[in-house]
Design a protein around this ligand. Structure first.
Ligand code: PBG
Length: 325
């Protein structure tokens, strides 16, 4: 027997040298939540994650920059909501104020990115505005997204994350930004975003008002080919980056998109993926640090060049210490 794959596994140095996937802090993006409250608050379904005040957000973002991660993705949680999500494109709205504060604080050290979707700002919790029959109105929503994009670009966002799953959203926002002279603001298309049960804890994190589900606009978990189709459509519409979300349950879609896309491909390790590992670890049923590293490594191995993960800072600090994962 001369073929022995175990030769490259026999000790830590040879494993380290021959590893086929590597993680780096620069490819990690931290999602962050900001509210209008004076004090931060823990999110019970996401132990270790906070709803920030603007002040605590600034401190946490400075820590994130010190850890060397690639960026942060901001979600705003307003006090007041209405049918059209007026807080979303108000320059004084919580998300836009926090964006301006962070752009000034850490904008030179990492990419301050903003979620572009109406769900945190509407009183019905949907990602768009509703028509008379209560359905999410695609084209009326696009107008709201363009206005939101302009407000975020004016606030200094370094990249807009289009997470609403409306048809034509990337093209509409690109055209609106370009017409206003914001030609340099990159767009991340949440291209293949599935209608997932794993967003549950996020809905607590943003105090979601949603009743029902998002199955008329987010993808059916049954559909692999459609995930690729959505990603290619976003590229055609001018997306600078495309994303697959959630990550762990959708590694097949991620690999398909990574094989076909000419633009960078990212993945979002969502709140439920985070909560499951944290909960099992709290029970002593799983080795927490190894499970975290393995979960993110698997997402990168499947084809993600960057990963949105609530563990971004902690994982970056581990990587910076050079410890074996
Ligand atoms: C909606 C949005 C969602 C997430 C990010 N943006 C969820 C939803 O569709 O309700 C989920 C993120 C997570 O679960 O971590 N704009």
């Amino acid at each position: 027997m001369h073929i022995r794959p175990r030769r490259l596994r026999q000790n830590a140095p040879i494993r380290r040298l021959t590893a086929q996937t590597r993680l780096h802090p620069a490819q990690l993006v931290l999602p962050m939540f900001v509210t209008e409250a004076d004090e931060p608050r823990e999110i019970s379904s996401m132990p270790g994650v906070q709803q920030h005040s603007v002040d605590s957000l600034r401190r946490a973002a400075a820590e994130a920059a010190d850890a060397g991660i690639g960026g942060v993705m901001l979600f705003g949680v307003p006090n007041v909501r209405d049918g059209r999500g007026s807080g979303a494109d108000d320059p004084g709205g919580i998300l836009n104020r926090a964006t301006a504060a962070l752009a000034a604080e850490v904008g030179e050290r990492l990419v301050v990115q903003t979620d572009l979707c109406l769900d945190e700002f509407t009183d019905h919790g949907h990602c768009g505005v509703l028509d008379e029959t209560g359905r999410v109105d695609n084209d009326a929503t696009l107008e709201r997204y363009v206005s939101m994009a302009l407000a975020q670009a004016d606030a200094g966002s370094g990249l807009l994350g289009l997470s609403g799953m409306m048809d034509g959203q990337v093209a509409a926002v690109r055209a609106g930004l370009d017409a206003a002279g914001h030609t340099d603001v990159p767009l991340l298309g949440y291209a293949a975003k599935y209608a997932s049960a794993f967003y549950g804890p996020f809905r607590e994190a943003v105090d979601s008002a949603l009743v029902g589900d998002r199955r008329t606009y987010q993808l059916d978990p049954a559909n692999r080919r459609e995930g690729l189709r959505e990603a290619l459509l976003d590229v055609d519409e001018g997306a600078d980056v495309v994303m697959v979300k959630p990550a762990s349950g959708y590694l097949d879609v991620l690999a398909d998109v990574a094989a076909a896309s000419e633009v960078p491909v990212w993945a979002y390790q969502v709140s439920g993926e985070y909560a499951m590992i944290e909960a099992a670890a709290q029970q002593g049923w799983i080795e927490r640090d190894r499970a975290i590293a393995e979960s993110v490594l698997s997402i990168v191995r499947a084809g993600a060049e960057a990963v949105l993960t609530y563990w971004a800072v902690e994982l970056a600090e581990t990587l910076n210490r050079g410890e074996e994962l």
